[in-house]
Ligand binder design. Structure first.
Ligand code: LLP
Length: 418
């Protein structure tokens, strides 16, 4: 469910007319609904209400500090993957003891800053990383709480680029090797083993891969116990999918029920790291048609948003719904919706049946709240677009559109070229 709906023939976000925002802030821009973000978080978190748990929203999906603040106020924790994300989370008011830190390539500086912040735990992905965390914690005279990310070798049946829980993926430690790693970890003076972590992939539209992974993790936790290693947290990662087109992913309630019933009465705190399911359908990208052109049998609708603004179609051939901001009911054409970037791969939709858009019209690119702005870049020297948050009949620019000066702000011409 989301709050981007037509009234008469006009697309609204909650009680705000999208056309009015576009006139004010210009295009393109990302637009998020506060109500949808909150509803999605509450629905997810509430589905685990009967179980000791912590919902750690995955910052990488949408990391705007205003969005993080909104979740902080709902009691959320966060899953971070860099020093930058820790910085954002703290700035937004997420309590340090609700931050879990994943990622295959944590640097010494990032580890040091996570220890200074005193985060809840590191999700460790290799023995070398574990050794480095131990070393940095020793230097700092503290203990690092850790979980090892085990790779359960489960097929999440999703796009290969976002599948992470198979042996052939770079993530985690093979579940067969993990016991040995844990034995090593508990020996380390500056490491406190507190959990087991896994994350099998993203945009998963069935419950079974999650249950299979949890089964293996549970078995593994029992093995740990036999070795006298007890843990407090089981982190099952993120990955629950959403509807972009005609997928029918499980509702968070169904997902939670399956997880909870598999978990049984184990005395752990369950950690989840949902990103897309919270933010994906709570945001859209609003873009304006610059030109249209017919090239032989092919129609192109050229818009002012490019692959630098929303890379998912180019990178994953991802589907995003295309909706007119005005005049919903009219003739359609088959067209490619393309951006202004000098690459053939710069498209938002290809061979799609869409309204016969005219020059100057606004288009809403749907389901763009997750991995939209966060994956955007300055390619082709395009300033990154504004982000706007609607709250009922009001809206706020929560990230200003970058300026041309922003583009070159950190660049310098060395003396010998002056
Ligand atoms: N936890 C970990 C360790 C992750 O790597 C991820 C996502 C998540 C949680 C959140 O997963 P979610 O609930 O959002 O599926 N850029 C891609 C998605 C990459 C996901 C990477 N990891 C896309 O646009 O589809």
């Amino acid at each position: 469910m989301h709050d981007f709906k037509y009234r008469e023939n006009e697309l609204y976000c909650e009680d705000t007319m999208i056309d009015a925002i576009a006139c004010d802030v210009g295009t393109p821009f990302y637009l998020y609904s506060r109500k949808t973000l909150e509803n999605h978080f509450t629905a997810f978190d509430g589905a685990f209400a009967g179980t000791q748990h912590l919902t750690c929203y995955s910052v990488k999906s949408n990391s705007n500090v205003a969005v993080l603040r909104l979740f902080a106020r709902l009691g959320a924790g966060v899953d971070v993957v860099s020093g930058g994300e820790i910085y954002r989370a703290v700035k937004a008011g997420i309590p340090a003891d609700k931050i879990v830190y994943s990622g295959v390539g944590k640097t010494r500086d990032e580890i040091a800053s996570a220890l200074e912040t005193d985060i809840l735990m590191f999700n460790v992905e290799s023995s070398q990383e574990l050794a480095l965390i131990d070393e940095v914690a020793r230097e700092k005279g503290c203990k690092a709480r850790i979980a090892l990310r085990v790779n359960p070798d489960v097929d999440p049946k999703t796009h290969p680029y976002i599948s992470t829980g198979l042996k052939k993926n770079k993530f985690g430690i093979k579940i067969e090797d993990a016991l040995e790693e844990y034995k090593q970890a508990v020996q380390k003076e500056h490491i406190e083993v507190v959990g087991v972590d896994c994350h099998i992939g993203s945009q998963i539209t069935e419950v079974s891969p999650f249950v299979d992974a949890l089964k293996r993790v549970k078995k593994f936790v029992a093995q740990l116990q036999q070795e006298g290693i007890s843990i407090r947290y089981v982190d099952i990662g993120g990955g629950l999918g959403i509807t972009y087109d005609n997928e029918s992913p499980p509702h968070p309630q169904e997902y939670a029920e399956a997880i909870i019933s598999e978990l049984g009465n184990e005395p752990y705190t369950l950690i989840m790291e949902p990103g897309r399911v919270i933010a994906g359908n709570a945001g859209i990208l609003v873009t304006r048609v610059l030109f249209t052109k017919q090239s032989g049998a092919k129609k192109f609708i050229i818009v002012d948003a490019g692959m630098n603004d929303l890379v998912r179609p180019s990178l994953y051939d991802a589907y995003h719904g295309i909706s007119p901001v005005k005049n919903r009911d009219r003739a359609t054409v088959t067209a490619d919706i393309v951006g202004p970037i000098c690459e053939t791969g710069d498209f938002i939709a290809r061979g799609r049946s869409v309204p016969d858009f005219a020059e100057g019209e606004l288009i809403a690119v749907m389901s763009a709240g997750a991995y939209g702005f966060t994956m955007s870049s300055n390619y082709n020297s395009r300033p990154r677009v504004a982000e706007v948050l609607v709250d009922g009949d009001r809206y706020h620019v929560i990230r200003a559109r970058e300026t041309l000066e922003d583009l070159v702000r950190l660049e310098q011409i060395p003396e010998h070229l002056q």
